[in-house]
Design a protein around this ligand. Structure first.
Ligand SMILES: Cc1ncc(C[n+]2csc(CCOP(=O)(O)OP(=O)(O)O)c2C)c(N)n1
Ligand SMILES: [Mg+2]
Length: 336
């Protein structure tokens, strides 16, 4: 399959306040620096198990998240470090969770794929492809049945989920029961090594949502302002009409699917082509060209992000393992 090239940027940076733009750069750089360090720590054997990096896709989480309120809910996949971070889970407890330490947000039992934090209404971190969709529909159903109007449940998932029956069941029920879910499809063109066009006859994923009567749009997911604009319109619409909405973001992961992936299914040239549209440097270039950001501004953001990562690693290193006596905690034994 030929990768879809990101469309030309259409949003004008000068329409936005400088502080807002710098905050989005900061969001993306925090994710990037956190994950680059996670990859190193994986190599050093400090982080084990699975690790799926979001590097290249940061503009999606960074564009969507500022539109959500505290009372809203967020559901994500196993590629969720950035979503958790921008939702407000501290980098310290994210890193401790990566290490498997009990100071982690899931008490060290979840690891990279199962970040979870009730305080910020971040409902995972779900390892099962498509597994977050029915959770999101359930959260929205609970809001509706409890009469909590104006809340949004934002559900991020990869395009691989559309091959799962649960995707269709979830969209159907959300539309049928008129539930306030914002479906956010992160279409990075591949589900592990399977290109979308090799597994789906219809690769315009908005059409699948539209067939359930859900309002849809697709957006260049490499452009943080385009993502923000689209997400704002959709969040406002969900709040106002209480109905599901669907956005397909065209994006690309620059790294392997996980730490075990020889990437035999795509050309290096394709990866390089998409890197030219990288969400951080394209945005900062435009800000610099518009006189809204200097090299020093970027260096300060980057320095702060690295310092935050350093502190998170120190926090995780100083963390503790759950005592063996507690291993049965939260394990339910069926009655004999
Ligand atoms: C139900 C289920 N089937 C298979 C897997 C194995 N698996 C893990 S990730 C993945 C690919 C999913 O791709 P996509 O939804 O596009 O998300 P991406 O990894 O690209 O972010 C698969 C098949 C799984 N975790 N769950
Ligand atoms: Mg994918």
């Amino acid at each position: 399959m030929k990768p879809e090239e990101p469309s030309r940027f259409t949003t004008d940076v000068t329409k936005y306040p400088r502080a807002f733009c710098l905050a989005r750069v900061r969001d993306m750089v925090r994710i990037r620096r956190l994950e680059e360090r996670c990859a190193e720590l994986y190599g050093a054997g400090k982080i084990r198990g699975f690790l799926h990096l979001y590097i290249g896709e940061e503009a999606v989480a960074a564009g969507v998240m500022p539109n959500l309120a505290r009372d809203d809910a967020v559901v994500a996949t196993y590629r969720e470090h950035g979503h958790a971070l921008l939702r407000g889970v501290s980098m310290n407890v994210i890193m401790a969770e990566m290490y498997g330490k009990q100071e982690g947000c899931s008490r060290g039992r979840g690891g990279s794929m199962h970040l979870f934090d009730v305080a910020t209404r971040f409902f995972g971190g779900n390892a099962i492809v498509g597994g977050g969709l029915p959770l999101a529909v359930g959260l929205a159903l609970a809001d509706k049945m409890s009469g909590r109007k104006g809340r949004v449940t934002a559900c991020f998932f990869g395009e691989g989920a559309v091959a799962e029956g649960v995707f269709h069941e979830s969209l159907n029920l959300a539309a049928l029961w008129r539930l306030p879910v914002l479906f956010l499809c992160e279409n990075n063109l591949y589900a592990m090594g399977t290109a979308l066009a090799r597994s789906e006859s219809q690769i315009d994923l908005t059409r699948k949502a539209a067939s359930y009567g859900i309002a849809t749009r697709h957006i260049n997911g490499m452009n943080v302002l385009a993502v923000h604009e689209a997400a704002k319109a959709a969040v406002d619409a969900v709040r106002a009409d209480g109905l599901p909405h669907f956005i397909e973001f065209h994006t690309y992961r620059f790294r392997a699917h996980s730490m075990f992936d020889a990437e035999l299914y795509r050309d290096k040239a394709e990866v390089e082509r998409w890197k030219q549209h990288g969400p951080i440097h394209t945005f900062t270039d435009r800000l610099k060209a518009a006189g809204m950001m200097t090299e020093d501004d970027f260096a300060a953001i980057d320095r702060d992000a690295i310092a935050e990562v350093d502190a998170a690693v120190a926090f995780a290193e100083a963390g503790t393992w759950e005592p063996v006596e507690q291993l049965k905690r939260d394990v339910t034994t069926p009655a004999a």
